[in-house]
Design a protein around this ligand. Structure first.
Ligand code: MIC
Ligand code: SF4
Length: 647
């Protein structure tokens, strides 16, 4: 029987096939500063000498603001610890991890595990690239396989060709409209169809990047002549392999999209799947426009931005920022002069980093309308709680910056007589790898630990019974940004004691106080949630910090993949309601009991929970592999690996 490309890569990397879980070998890993410090601290705690992967890269791109000593402490730690473990270190200013990895390291047919949910960006080159919690990435670096359920594969067939001023971003926004951010756990998307030939690797990467918002495990394109062209231009044709699905490959679902029929799309506040056509909400006055991020910071994105801005000025009430995704991109648009149109339009040129996307700077005005090319528009993520963020393509962003109103770029082009932009990949990208420190040219001999560098928190093995209290009850689609805010709190990522004081800061400001009091009274904290709990980022802090505050269990209607894995890694039981109506019955502050959880955890899938306050039982289920049950019993993956590794 024919195979799709997901099956082909898995087959080559399969090291364990146990019950319904598979373990795959990880060839490459990537980390970024905001999740990376914990990854390396945990790697130190595991106690290995050198990494076992083919290549691991540590990027500094998320927090480069350095408002205080904390970020700089993190950067020094990361640079010095990279040398110890044999990791390549990418200096701050090199660019956003996903953009840079695609340019310099990603390779078709290989596997990549990254401590960032947008790691699937590398799927644009035909790599099986998965986002995971930091501890899973640390384990992969220590040589452990990555475990997942055998994925189901959705094929998205792209036919035809995009019309002028409609772009790759509009394709993925269309996919989000179709599949939404819920209900896609356990799937991988494989793109195919004639239309993919018309999309360059950076455009394909825009699409796989934002697959993260669907909640799928990853997204991938075949590796074909378009891939070869990109890799050759990066001087990396030796890493090219062709990777195509067999003619009779099978898929669990097939979705067809006609590129010719697509129009410019926009995701409205506050969810990436709240998608409409730009035409449907035109005339919305905008305060801020930002182009960049790992979704739309490529050379192609900067070239179209420059092309459309030529000779034009932005509206006087708009704050317009442009952040190229990497040093390579910035160098090339500087060398060929394209940046001049951007500067002359009135744009503010921003740092080559995540910056505005994670709320590290560029917070909009109060109630501000911000038009952005990044991938997430969760409430408050921009740094302004009552701001409204709309996600669009660079084409729509430029048109809106100039007009000062959300504008369909096709109408804009007509009005200003802008010709169609015909993009082709340059025959040679500018390559300068001098800002990567390889172990050979990394001068640091000792690990540098400033005061911001703490220790990973320790967790006790699972207690005999759970005696808990519902510390918080939240609704549907709670993101990791709600659980563990980033933005100006990012700098405490390496200091768990301090960072934990901000858990659920926006929705329940006294969570830290209440949880700590419960913990001191010997009670476990329990979180009750609706659908898709833990959407978004891979940040393990959204499990690690609650664990530190004594959270032992989450009972939700459903939990998203990376967050579920992170909960397990930190010894928190991820449970779901058997009857969703029980969600309505339970209230904050109620007492919950489960007797003999220690034996339940290793033997049962479904069991009763006693609501002591209201005196009734309700059923919950845990869908866990044997390995995951052992991890929870031992109080988390760090304890588990230490035992395994020291054997
Ligand atoms: C994000 O886009 O939310 C982040 C910041 O890149 C996160 C990682 C983090 O929280 O550090 C992600 O996507 O995993
Ligand atoms: Fe950085 Fe934003 Fe991409 Fe996350 S989504 S990696 S914060 S640019």
């Amino acid at each position: 029987m024919g195979k799709n490309i997901v099956e082909k890569i898995i087959e080559k990397h399969l090291v364990e096939n146990y019950n319904d879980e598979i373990g795959i070998k990880i060839d490459q890993t990537l980390t970024q500063d905001a999740t990376g410090t914990m990854v390396y601290l945990q790697l130190e705690a595991i106690g290995i000498e050198k990494i076992k992967t083919e290549l691991s890269v540590s990027y500094v791109d998320h927090n480069t603001l350095q408002d205080g000593f904390e970020n700089a402490d993190d950067h020094n730690y990361l640079r010095s610890v990279a040398k110890k473990f044999g990791v390549v270190f990418s200096q701050a200013g090199n660019g956003i991890c996903h953009q840079v990895h695609l340019e310099r390291f990603a390779a078709p047919g290989k596997t990549l595990l990254g401590s960032d949910s947008h790691t699937p960006t590398a799927g644009g080159i035909g790599m099986l690239a998965i986002g995971a919690g930091g501890l899973d990435v640390a384990s992969a670096m220590a040589g452990s396989p990555f475990y997942l359920k055998y994925p189901k594969v959705i094929k998205i067939e792209l036919n035809g060709r995009l019309k002028p001023f409609v772009s790759a971003k509009d394709i993925i926004l269309k996919v989000l409209e179709i599949l939404t951010t819920k209900g896609n756990v356990g799937y991988i998307i494989e793109y195919g169809g004639e239309g993919i030939k018309t999309l360059s690797v950076p455009e394909r990467a825009t699409i796989t990047n934002m697959g993260a918002e669907l909640g799928v495990t990853t997204s991938i394109f075949p590796s074909d002549e378009v891939t070869y062209e990109f890799m050759k231009a990066q001087g990396r044709e030796k890493d090219f392999v062709e990777l195509l699905p067999d003619k009779d490959a099978k898929y669990d679902k097939i979705i067809k999209i006609s590129l010719d029929e697509l129009e410019p799309m926009v995701a409205l506040p506050h969810s990436p799947d709240n998608v409409k056509k730009v035409k449907e909400i035109e005339n919305l006055k905008v305060n801020q426009v930002l182009i960049g991020s790992c979704t739309n910071g490529s050379y192609k994105d900067m070239m179209i931005t420059s092309h459309m801005l030529k000779g034009l000025k932005i509206a006087p009430w708009v704050s317009f920022g442009v952040a190229p995704g990497s040093r390579q991109v910035l160098e090339m648009v500087t060398e060929n002069g394209a940046i001049v149109n951007i500067i002359r339009s009135g744009a503010r040129i921003l740092e080559l980093a995540c910056g505005f996307c994670i709320g590290a700077g560029q917070a909009p005005s109060s109630k501000g309308i911000s038009i952005r090319t990044n991938n997430r528009n969760f409430k408050g993520r921009s740094g302004t709680v009552d701001a409204e963020v709309y996600l669009v393509s660079p084409e729509t962003a430029v048109a809106s910056a100039v007009k000062g109103f959300l504008t369909d770029p096709r109408d804009f082009a007509k009005e200003y007589g802008i010709e169609e932009f015909k993009f082709s990949i340059p025959s040679k990208f500018w390559v300068d790898d001098s800002q990567f420190l390889y172990p050979e040219n990394n001068p640091e001999e000792n690990i540098i630990r400033g005061p911001n560098i703490g220790n990973p928190p320790y967790n006790e093995p699972l207690s005999k019974d759970i005696k808990g209290v519902v510390t918080i009850k939240v609704g549907d689609k709670i993101t990791t940004d709600h659980i563990m805010p980033a933005g100006y709190r990012l700098k405490y990522r390496s200091n768990i004691q301090k960072y934990s004081t901000f858990v659920f800061e926006e929705i329940k400001p006294d969570f830290y106080k209440v949880a700590t009091e419960n913990k001191n009274r010997g009670l476990n904290n329990i979180i009750i949630a609706g659908l898709s709990y833990g959407q978004g980022s891979s940040r393990e802090h959204a499990a690690m910090c609650p664990m530190y505050l004594g959270v032992k269990m989450v009972i939700a209607k459903s939990i998203e993949r990376i967050h579920r894995d992170n909960l397990i890694n930190f010894g928190i039981i991820p449970a779901t309601f058997v009857n969703e109506s029980d969600y309505d019955r339970i209230e904050e502050g109620e007492l919950i009991e489960i007797n003999d959880i220690q034996s339940i955890i290793v033997s049962k899938n479904e069991f009763d929970v006693f609501n002591k306050t209201k005196n009734y039982y309700f059923k919950i289920k845990i869908d866990l592999s044997d390995r995951e049950r052992d991890i929870i019993k031992l109080g988390g993956k760090l304890n588990y690996i230490k035992i395994r590794y020291n054997k």
